[in-house]
Design a protein around this ligand. Structure first.
Ligand SMILES: CC(C)(COP(=O)(O)OP(=O)(O)OC[C@H]1O[C@@H](n2cnc3c(N)ncnc32)[C@H](O)[C@@H]1OP(=O)(O)O)[C@@H](O)C(=O)NCCC(=O)NCCS
Length: 152
């Protein structure tokens, strides 16, 4: 049985391992250990037989905007609805906070379209969104797609 729960500090090393296998292939952005510890309360993880098999986080940007970040599912567990479940939990958390919009920067456009997100023009996203981008290895040449989910 797969358990979905908030992350603990002891999950950080496994989250790094999960992210790094995709970051090395350029499929997602690497995160520093420091950023993960600081943001650990934002994470939801999927666990099966005490193994971490998925993770994703919800980061609040502003009064009306949050971001889904660092979403990943172990390769041999993909296609079983785990990514969907993590996104649904994060969207539910945004709704509980009365946050009307959730965006993501991603290469996985088709997956997020399945989740009800729409592509948006990156230029139209508010400045606040780009605050952390200076730490990104790709800055200033971001090639990710901006996608948004509107409650309503
Ligand atoms: C993207 C990712 C998180 C999806 O997780 P997953 O558990 O495999 O996805 P799910 O099984 O929950 O799929 C949910 C739905 O999206 C669809 N889907 C999943 N991945 C898809 C893809 N790459 N393209 C199109 N549709 C996709 C599924 O068919 C499913 O549709 P359904 O519910 O209508 O049957 C996972 O593939 C992953 O970790 N990829 C590598 C890391 C990455 O790119 N992360 C995104 C960073 S923003």
């Amino acid at each position: 049985m797969i358990l979905y729960r908030h992350a603990k500090l002891s999950d950080v090393e496994e989250i790094i391992k999960l992210i790094n296998q995709y970051a090395e292939k350029g499929l997602m952005l690497p995160r520093t250990r420091s950023a993960l510890y600081e943001g650990i309360r934002e994470f939801v993880v999927a666990v099966e037989d005490e193994q971490l098999i998925g993770a994703g986080s919800l980061h609040i940007i502003w009064e009306d905007l949050a971001e889904i970040r660092t979403l990943a599912v172990e390769q041999n567990h993909q296609g079983k609805g785990i990514g969907r479940k993590i996104v649904e939990i994060l969207l539910h958390e945004a709704m509980q906070l009365h946050c009307p919009k959730v965006f993501t920067l991603t290469y996985q456009v088709d997956f997020f379209i399945h989740m009800g997100f729409e592509l948006v023009d990156k230029e139209k996203m508010p400045q606040k969104v780009w605050k952390d981008c200076i730490h990104c290895v790709k800055f200033p040449n971001c090639d990710e797609n901006a996608m948004i989910y509107n409650f309503g």
